[in-house]
Design a protein around this ligand. Structure first.
Ligand code: PMP
Length: 371
């Protein structure tokens, strides 16, 4: 959809694209300066496979600051990779053998299932419900678990739904998983800095100390610091065997993430949180705007997103997500992504990583067409 919107724009059509999953802001200035310094300081050679020590330490410190040292993370627990995407891919490659089952609550980010297939694992999609904000329930989880389950992938704040698991909801899921000690948990926390309704402090899997040896936390600088193109993300785990497997894999596959980009990520994590706070405020204001405009479209069924930068309305009043997305692009010139991409064909995903003016235009066009 993003590519089609771009092509239409190039042909002179005035398209508003709500299809992209990346912040539209510039990378913070102190990060850009650090890149220039890194270039001048000749960070141009190969580095350690697991990442430069200062960045691994900065990641560990960052995670400890979120979870109050509940699990005391150290640099050795961190493997730096090329974006959270490669971190997730490598986690799956390191854990999954052919035939192993991987539980993925649906709707979900598009790549998890495909990555599991690339590792010859078996995807076990679990359909969640609108009524439960598309969050997995302990009952749904219990039904999906078998003796072959090896991994569950949880994403909070969620792409595409914007839902955030509460501490109590995570507790309830983990209570079930305590009965299945061979199941790893991949916690994709890439949107953890973009929380809007949270009153209980950061919600991270690293608060649950008794899961330390089978927990893999994924994060990166893409979303929180508007650094999608730098391609820096990381794996965190207390499981030494797993971390060593990831390092062996990356040694053959990658050598190391781009050194200059790693220096940029280090500068981001050690440079203060004001830039993150500012971006969150911008997104919070857009979120408020899009929710109020979307609420004026009768039949648009949605939960207010608690995190990330997506609205995920059910549009079944008008047709399938595919049909509605197609008509919105062709007739209203608004690009959205059909929920079918995420395993939820009755919905569409609107990214509000665009300006408030664009949000107003897009929602007015949508309202006019859907009416
Ligand atoms: N996980 C989720 C849920 C995402 O939405 C994305 C990016 N769209 C990623 C991981 C990958 O992020 P990165 O840019 O760090 O590879």
């Amino acid at each position: 959809m993003a590519a089609r919107a771009k092509a239409m724009k190039a042909a002179g059509v005035d398209v508003v694209s709500m299809s992209l999953g990346e912040p539209d802001m510039d990378t913070p200035e102190h990060v850009r300066r650090a890149v220039q310094e890194a270039v001048d300081d000749h960070w141009s050679h190969y580095g350690p496979v697991a990442g430069i020590p200062a960045l691994r330490e900065a990641v560990a410190n960052y995670q400890n600051s979120l979870s109050g040292n509940a699990i005391p993370w150290i640099a050795d627990d961190v493997v730096v990779s090329v974006g959270a995407k490669m971190a997730i891919y490598n986690t799956i490659q390191a854990i999954i053998n052919p035939g192993d089952e991987v539980i993925i609550p649906m709707p979900s980010w598009v790549s998890y299932s495909e990555m599991v297939k690339l590792a010859e694992g078996t995807v076990v999609p679990v359909q969640t419900t609108f009524e439960n904000r598309y969050c997995l329930t302990p009952e749904e989880l219990r039904k999906a678990l078998t003796s072959k389950t090896r991994l569950i992938i949880l994403c909070s704040p969620n792409n595409p739904t914007g839902a955030v698991y509460s501490h109590a909801e995570l507790e309830a899921l983990l209570a079930v998983l305590r009965e299945y000690p061979d199941v790893y948990i991949l916690a994709d926390e890439i949107y953890n800095e973009l929380l809007y309704t949270n009153t209980q402090g950061p919600i991270t899997f690293s608060s649950f100390t008794d899961f330390a040896d089978r927990l893999v936390i994924i994060n990166g600088v893409s979303k929180a610091y508007a650094m999608t193109g730098y391609r820096v993300g990381w794996i965190m785990s207390k499981n030494k065997g797993f971390i060593n497997a990831c390092i062996r894999l990356q040694g053959q596959q990658l050598t190391c993430a781009t050194m200059v980009a790693q220096k940029a990520a280090e500068a981001a994590l050690t440079g203060g949180k004001e830039c993150v706070d500012q971006m969150r405020e911008v997104f919070a204001s857009r979120r408020k705007l899009i929710c109020s405009l979307a609420a004026e479209i009768p039949g648009f069924k949605f939960h207010e997103p608690e995190g990330a930068f997506y609205l995920f309305p059910d549009v079944s009043k008008w047709g399938t997500g595919d049909e509605v997305a197609e008509r919105l692009l062709e007739e209203a010139h608004v690009a959205v992504v059909s929920g079918s991409a995420f395993g939820c064909p009755s919905c569409i995903r609107l990214s509000y990583a665009i300006s408030e003016d664009e949000i107003r235009i897009a929602l007015a066009r949508m309202a006019a067409l859907l009416k």
